[in-house]
Design a protein around this ligand. Structure first.
Ligand SMILES: Nc1nc2c(ncn2[C@@H]2O[C@H](COP(=O)(O)OP(=O)(O)O)[C@@H](O)[C@H]2O)c(=O)[nH]1
Ligand SMILES: [Mg+2]
Length: 294
């Protein structure tokens, strides 16, 4: 990495993370201060937290001004939070995200950033040679994620071994090019992002990463898996010629997400509604995403 390292915006979606997030933010801020020669900004994207996550983030911001927060009152989900966070893309040349629990450490994330000039988007992978995995997931969870992987490969043919690793980094131009196609608000957001990149003809590079499973996961096997399944089926249909005939089924879709207590996918109607007055602790008004392609 040269002195002219690209400016970097790191997003951390967080929901009720008061117990896990503080050491992660401090570790990232310290690491990137010491080891990253370019500009670095870390924005946590919170929504509907019922605990003190915001206060915890603010206490870290007091020590590290490069740590900021964006807060939405509505339950917009991890995907919804990232869709909003990615609107900050004009602030940096590279935009990435990781989980709030530190499953991807700062060095592992930096390793993805170092490879950024090889692709439009670089993603951490736990399932290719060279990955280091400190796995503590139950066998049920491992089984569910393998089944999900097979479904995703069958539907989307992306040939990506690990779509769900929470660490990804993309170039601003790639982000701006696909942003309008992002709509999945739940944990299947990553599929939406990767498939949009593929459809836009952009290159995704999978890089082996180091990953440590953490306790306190927000994933509940039943509801989260069903929601993700519903979202990938929906996404597949959105891109099929059948979609225009499925209008009458839309209320059922809405009902299913409601039953699963899951955030609704964004339509062109609620895309703008969702953006209502987020609180941004930091750089003033959020700039709208630029839509022009580079
Ligand atoms: N903003 C936001 N973040 C969420 C939501 N649900 C989960 N997350 C975040 O998504 C990330 C991944 O969640 P986690 O529980 O670690 O999932 P796991 O690692 O797959 O077990 C964490 O940073 C969570 O705080 C949500 O509804 N809103
Ligand atoms: Mg996690």
């Amino acid at each position: 990495m040269t002195e002219n390292a690209p400016s970097l915006l790191l997003l951390i979606p967080a929901y009720n993370e008061e117990r896990r997030i503080e050491p992660v933010l401090r570790e990232y801020a310290e690491y990137f201060r010491k080891n990253y020669p370019g500009k670095f900004l870390l924005v946590t994207v919170l929504n509907g937290c019922r605990d003190n996550t915001l206060k915890v983030v603010q206490s870290v911001s007091a020590d590290f001004p490069e740590v900021r927060s964006l807060e939405f009152p509505a339950p917009i989900g991890k995907g919804g939070a990232l869709i909003e966070g990615l609107k900050l893309a004009p602030l940096a040349e590279l935009i990435g995200y990781v989980d709030a629990d530190g499953a991807t450490g700062p060095k592992a994330f930096h390793d993805l950033v170092r490879r950024a000039d090889e692709a439009d988007c670089v993603i951490g992978s736990r399932w290719i040679e060279g990955a280091i995995l400190h796995q503590a997931q139950t066998s049920k969870r491992q089984f569910a994620s393998r089944v999900f992987h097979i479904i995703v490969q069958t539907f989307f043919r992306m040939n990506i071994r690990d779509t769900q690793c929470g660490a990804k980094v993309l170039h601003r131009a790639a982000c701006e090019r696909i942003h309008a196609t992002l709509c999945i608000a739940d944990m299947a957001f990553d599929i939406n992002l990767l498939y949009s990149l593929k459809r836009a003809g952009l290159r995704v590079l999978e890089v082996p990463t180091e990953w440590t499973d953490k306790v306190g996961s927000k994933v509940t096997l039943g509801k989260t898996s069903l929601t993700m399944l519903l979202s990938v089926i929906r996404l597949r249909l959105v891109y099929s010629p059948l979609y225009k005939w499925l209008g009458p089924l839309r209320p059922i879709e809405g009902w299913l997400y409601k039953k699963l207590s899951a955030p609704q996918p964004l339509s062109s109607r609620n895309r703008s509604a969702q953006s209502h007055s987020p609180k941004f602790d930091g750089l003033g008004e959020i700039q709208a995403p630029r839509t022009e392609n580079k």
